[in-house]
Design a binder for this molecule. Sequence first.
Ligand code: ZN
Length: 475
Amino acid sequence: MPPGGVGSRASAMATLRGLAHERFVDPQVGGLLEELEARDLDPESDDGALVRVTRRDYDHSVKIPAELVAEAARASTEARPVWQLAREDSDWKLFAPYLDRNVDINRRIADALGYAERPYDALLDRSEPGMTTRQLDALFGRLREAIVPLVHEIGRRQDAVDDSCLWGDWDERAQLDFGMQVVTRFGFDSERGRQDLSAHPFSSGLGAGDVRITTRVSRRSVSQAMFGTMHESGHAMYTQGHAPEFDGTPLWGGASPGVHESQSRLWENLVGRSRPMWRYFLGPLRQAFPGRLDGVDEETFYRAVNKVYPSLIRVEADEVTYNLHILLRFEIENDLLDRELKAADVPEAWNAKVEQYLGIKVPDDTQGALQDIHWSGISFGGFPGYTLGNVIGAQLMETVREAIPDLDDQIAAGEFGSLHGWLKEKVWRHGRKFTPGELLHRITGRSLEAEPWIRYVQQKFAEIYDLDLAAPRQH
Ligand code: ZN
């Protein structure tokens, strides 16, 4: 679509959404659901799940009054350009009243949906069905305890990893081709998908036969496009892996944004930034860029793609520090919704948390509280999905390793079929049939837990940075 098409596309989409919403909330649909619910369908069956998931969507859609939906849409449309200006000039005061209004609308949405303990529960339940603020509080608490000291230890050993081999001048066409070579090997089906360029990478699934990914390429660094493509391929393979009979039904789609992110992070990090990955792919990478990696061995390359930089910007964060960026947004969103914090005071709270968690100072709000687009919109409760993705991915991977004991050997040989098949069977196929909690329990026999991810990062980064985590230094 040309850039000039944005307006027409937006109004066409708004019309379609409005019509779909209007038809869906028709009381007749509620009556049909009641009729089906009376039939006591097997909850494990596709039909049972279809009724359950449609009921959840229906209840959410009818509970929020149409005027509130319209008001929310208007508020986002108005706040977006103000946020852009404020971000350019690092002018929080300009944006603060719009954030206050968005908080207020989020609260009214939460009130309309209903919640047991905190307004955040309602918003969270909409994106991550079954998850509660209390559960996330405990999860983030464990992560904070484990990551903050790890980040400080790594900070003392910054020079231990040299990533200069990733920088320089990298042919853009060759980067795109190499990315496709990698994800095709992973199992991305290019008969039912394609890759294009965009300013921000994303994946979109129009249906079983058309699942697209986009990539952003930088001439200066080989890693951005490469890991971005692996990430998006994880989302895309999830969509390509849904049971074909779910296509066009409410069961089409991922279990939640968090589960979706678990698939993208799994391929990007747990596979893409692993040692066996580069045992296999360093050769093809050298062939794709003749002469660029002479004298760079597998170990140097593996360490380079895992360098930890405590940074101000979430989207540039490495595997270790990423969750801290989410944690501080989760805490601030909750304080805003609980009315313990006013929008005007957000930068102060933000900067204090960045210093406490990451050990760095925020020079201006452009690199602080104004960096993300999310708060110019209405959808609070979305940020935790990123951390849930990391945590769920690691928890699934422990179970994968039990099921496929020689996984590392397979990856080192460029064989991804068993992993692809396992994920398709256990996760992708089910679409929206199960909630994130149900899915995780079915697969791992356990509820969501932080420990697998903590074990994974501690082990990996203690080795890379030569840290003795068993005997932490006294601060
Ligand atoms: Zn993603």
